[in-house]
Design a protein around this ligand. Structure first.
Ligand code: ADP
Ligand code: MG
Length: 258
């Protein structure tokens, strides 16, 4: 078979295999191989590597869209000096995602505005960037979704969605007291993830002792906390709202400048 026929066949086969990126880079990979006198196996490696990289990047973009993440926040944009309550070394360890591979949970506790959601979002982004599927929801949204799903007889489906994600983030636990059915569903979500050794990140303005106030049944609250805390890192952030402090500091600076 002539080289030209083989070349055409390769193009056609890449297309039939859906290897779009390999097809696009075929010419440059072949050229480079020739110029650098590469071995056939090196040329193949280059071509397949490009296809895989492109697929990975597409997957990350899709996962990002499906994750429900609000405004992106990063660890790089987190001001650790402004919040000495947040242990930088612990956050850096979490950013390695070892916790996710070991199915451990992370809980950010503290009052409003201290950066709990910021840190939860930043960790979620790290997980997505490394190819994991994440699902980010406020407890309020989970409750709303579960009520709609219950009416449509689709609770099982919602439970599957929340269990499937490699990382599930439940934001803002504590602002809203739960009704019985909502609390039971939340318990099922946490239990299923616990049984599957999958990580959950929770942010809450309530300390564990106050979780009774959110749950209609203290036994359920205890059982849920048991599962969440069995393998978990808790980060307690006290201190003051970041925005309020900034606003105040800006105010002070203005006064002193005048
Ligand atoms: P929480 O979830 O604890 O109520 P957020 O994470 O939503 O608070 O933080 C409120 C706002 O302040 C967000 O815009 C967040 O990005 C910002 N913020 C909070 N703490 C910090 C910090 N230490 N460095 C940079 N931005 C911060
Ligand atoms: Mg928050």
């Amino acid at each position: 078979m002539s080289a030209a026929v083989s070349y055409e066949r390769v193009r056609e086969q890449l297309e039939r295999l859906g290897m779009e990126s390999a097809l696009i880079s075929l010419d440059s990979v072949l050229e480079r191989g020739q110029k650098e006198e590469r071995l056939p196996v090196e040329i193949l490696d280059d071509l397949l590597g490009r296809e895989l990289t492109a697929r990975f990047e597409r997957r990350v973009q899709t996962n990002l869209k499906l994750s429900g993440l609000p405004a992106p926040k990063t660890l790089e944009s987190f001001d650790f000096e402004a919040q000495p309550q947040v242990p930088k070394d612990v956050i850096e360890e979490l950013a390695t995602l070892r916790f996710l591979h070991q199915g451990e949970n992370v809980l950010f506790l503290g009052p409003c505005g201290v950066g709990k959601s910021h840190l939860a979002i930043a960790l979620t982004l790290k997980a997505i960037e490394r190819g994991h599927r994440a699902y980010f929801l406020s407890l309020h949204d989970l409750v709303t979704k579960s009520r709609v799903a219950r009416e449509k007889n689709r609770l099982e489906m919602l439970l599957r969605v929340t269990t499937r994600a490699d990382l599930f983030i439940l934001d803002e636990v504590g602002y809203l007291p739960l009704e019985n059915a909502d609390a039971t569903f939340l318990f099922e979500v946490v239990s299923k993830r616990y049984e599957a050794s999958k990580s959950t990140v929770v942010t809450s303005n309530k300390s564990y002792g106050q979780w009774d106030e959110i749950f209609p049944d203290p036994v359920l609250a205890t059982a849920l906390l048991d599962r969440l805390l069995h393998h978990a890192t808790t980060i307690n952030i006290r201190g003051e709202s970041y925005r309020l402090r900034h606003r105040r500091q800006a105010g002070t600076d203005l006064t002193s400048a005048s």
